[in-house]
Write a protein that binds this ligand. Structure first.
Ligand code: SAH
Length: 249
């Protein structure tokens, strides 16, 4: 069944009124007819199975058949603090990170970030990011939309992001792997993890030292050097895997 995150204001008692791009999608892309069922999500923890009553050009109306907890969210809140990347790579991280289960993305401006200076983050780009994340969340059956924060400088991110555990992936780390860093926490109640991933050129030594001074743990993702977008998706998956957050429940 197709899933759509909708503004809660579209829900009126037992009826749902769908407009804008959702209505367009239903009628012109999916070509759904009255009687078809969809799932809508309010991004407040609930999903609703809806039977479509009318599907017009600019609006559709449906009747709620069932209301249930949305599910689909990992038991660990995972923040991915990702340095802005060139071209489509940042968007790729948003899409894949959402599928894997990242709960919050923090775009970072670091010493070696090249992307931000090029064009800045226009409102159009932020809208595009939000759409990529929403579509990925619908496709991967997330129960909540990951949050995309406004871009922060590396220092601001270190100061403002609190978590039970903060990891910074650093290719020069020779001693501690991601697995080891997480193993040390076995038994502890970890519900919030933040992972920092650098830009194409990596973090500077000063940045790494600054992160360590703020209590972040440097971790290796192996002896091979990964591209930033590969490192981001691999790290997100590995954190959730190691914490048992991918186990079916
Ligand atoms: N330009 C650097 C590599 C940067 S890779 C060089 O060639 O040495 C981009 C980012 O991915 C890094 O900042 C780091 O956060 C992450 N990364 C890539 N490979 C990694 C590895 N083997 N271990 C830990 N982090 C890694």
């Amino acid at each position: 069944m197709h899933r759509f995150f909708i503004p809660p204001a579209w829900i009126h008692g037992e009826t749902v009124l769908l407009s804008d791009d959702v209505a367009h999608q239903l009628r012109h892309v999916l070509r759904l007819r009255p009687g078809a069922r969809i799932v809508v999500l309010d991004d407040r923890g609930w999903e609703y199975e809806v039977e479509l009553l009318t599907v017009e050009h600019k609006a559709a109306r449906g009747m709620i058949c069932e209301r249930r907890p949305a599910g689909g969210e990992p038991p660990v809140q995972l923040t991915l603090a990702q340095a802005l990347l060139k071209k489509d790579n940042f968007e790729w991280v948003l899409q894949k990170g959402t599928e894997i289960g990242v709960t919050r993305f923090v775009p970072l401006i670091t010493a070696r970030t090249v992307a931000a200076g090029d064009e800045g983050i226009s409102p159009a780009k932020r809208e595009r990011w939000a759409r990529i994340v929403r579509e990925a969340a619908e496709q991967s059956r997330r129960g909540a939309l990951p949050v995309i924060e406004a871009p922060l400088t590396f220092s601001a991110a270190l100061n403002s992001l609190s978590a039970d555990l903060t990891l910074i992936a650093w290719e020069e780390e020779r001693a501690i792997s991601l697995r080891q860093a997480l193993a040390e926490l076995r038994g502890a109640d970890v519900s919030q993890v933040t992972v920092f991933i650098g830009p194409e050129g990596g973090f500077t030594v000063q940045e790494v030292a600054q992160a360590q001074a703020r209590g972040a743990q440097t971790v290796s993702l192996g002896t091979r050097i990964l591209r930033a977008e590969t490192a981001a998706t691999a790290a997100a998956l590995l954190v959730l895997y190691e914490l048992g957050a991918l186990d079916p429940h």
